[in-house]
Design a protein around this ligand. Structure first.
Ligand code: NDP
Ligand code: GDR
Length: 344
């Protein structure tokens, strides 16, 4: 029998890859869209699946349309990926972030419960909940200490997911995912900012690469590997919480170096305020400037995860190396800029 999946946040990076995976598995895939004056299905188009997914209006801000969407779609599985997902912005918009990232899942979970509680539920939790380092590497037993309004909001949603599982016996799982990237990553996140900026630099459309904290360390995996883990969580008889991570940490500086390699840039690192010209095209010398505008009020210095439980219980392992992932991102952005296409 065909299963129906409801994917909130289908227009985002993970939503697009997850939709493709579910379609390949024969699901009826219904994605949620926010009403806006312009279309935002660029990622689905890039993957060639925009016409294959059904659409339903839903904004996590609004309880009534969540209920209507559930009545209309009658999903077997719900993947709640929708969020205000940019950590930096959450410091500027803490209340909006709490509304969408904390209360949004609460609205959805309650609507699922009131609809009979039969749909399986996946919550997109995050390594940002670990925040200030309490242990290395971090796993399901590590204490949480979020360091941003985003992390705090996501922690509420994580515990609520656990609570609905324990209180009502619902099949609710929380995936604590470490950073995962791809050519479909949002342009504000540091990895994509780096690869897209380098493409612009190469094609003479930007002068200097300006970044914030170069020493922050992250565990960067490939998004397509991670959506496979999300799906596996909902296929288990028993719901649970799982960390997905590669177990390897790299600095922002490491990412820049890796991305610069195939483009042949010779990097020069400068502090804030330097006025030297950025890219010298003849020597391939690229200036990377630190700009405090990109610092955060509180930083998460080191995230590196242990996905041993997911390996053991789900049989999940990341398949794509860091080098391969960066190469894919660099190639995709180089091609987009060369063809004069707008960034996704
Ligand atoms: P994106 O930012 O790419 O996508 C976010 C999605 O949420 C978009 O489809 C967006 O829709 C939707 N959305 C935002 N606000 C609302 C709202 N009020 N109501 C309904 N939908 C809304 O995120 P990712 O794909 O990278 O991440 C997916 C999820 O996983 C997020 O919850 C994120 O917090 C979490 N996560 C991500 C990690 C990562 O490294 N990528 C790691 C750990 C967790 P629209 O197009 O209309 O803006
Ligand atoms: P993160 O991702 O905050 O980990 O959240 P992001 O790519 O925004 O930042 C990673 C690290 O890079 C540092 N940094 C910069 N970040 C941005 N965006 N822009 C810069 O110019 C810059 N310079 C340095 C940041 O300070 C940070 O330390 C992502 C999101 O996908 C979340 O939704 C998700 O939950 C977590 O990953 C896991």
């Amino acid at each position: 029998m065909t299963k129906t999946a409801l994917v909130t946040g289908i227009t985002g990076q993970d939503g697009a890859y997850l939709a493709r995976l579910l379609l390949a598995k024969g699901y009826r895939v219904v994605g949620t869209f926010r009403r806006s004056s312009s279309s935002n299905d660029g990622r689905l188009r890039e993957l060639g699946i925009a016409e294959a997914v059904e659409r339903v209006d839903l904004d996590l801000h609004e309880q009534t349309n969540i209920q209507r969407a559930l009545e209309k779609v009658k999903p077997d599985e719900i993947f709640n990926l929708a969020a205000q997902s940019f950590v930096g912005l959450s410091f500027e918009q803490p209340i909006y972030t709490a509304d969408i990232d904390a209360l949004g899942p609460a609205r959805l979970l309650e609507a699922v419960r009131q609809a009979g509680g039969r749909a399986r539920f996946y919550q997109a939790s995050t390594s940002e909940m670990f925040g200030k380092v309490q242990a290395v590497p971090q796993d399901e037993a590590t204490s949480f200490y979020p360091r941003s309004p985003y992390g705090v909001a996501k922690l509420y949603a994580h515990w609520l997911t656990v609570n609905y599982r324990e209180s009502y016996g619902m099949h609710c799982s929380s995936g604590i995912l470490f950073n995962h990237e791809s050519p479909l990553r949002g342009i504000d996140f540091v990895t994509r900012k780096i690869t897209y900026s380098m493409a612009l630099l190469k094609h003479g459309k930007l002068d200097v690469l300006r970044l914030g904290n170069l020493e922050a360390r992250r565990d960067w995996g490939f998004a397509e590997d991670y959506v496979q883990g999300m799906w596996l969580m909902l296929q288990q008889d028993t719901p649970d919480d799982y960390v997905l991570a590669t177990g390897e940490a790299r600095t922002v500086r490491d990412f820049v170096e890796r991305a610069a390699e195939p483009l042949g840039f010779d990097l020069v690192w400068e502090g804030a305020g330097d006025t030297e010209r950025g890219l010298d095209r003849r020597s391939g010398r690229l200036l990377v400037q630190v700009d405090p505008a990109f610092y955060r009020p509180a930083e998460v210095e080191l995230l590196v995860g242990c996905a041993g439980k997911a390996a053991c219980k789900l049989g999940w392992k990341p398949q794509t190396s860091f080098a391969r992932m960066v190469a894919m991102m660099v190639e995709a952005d180089d091609r987009r800029v060369a063809e004069g296409r707008a960034p996704i």
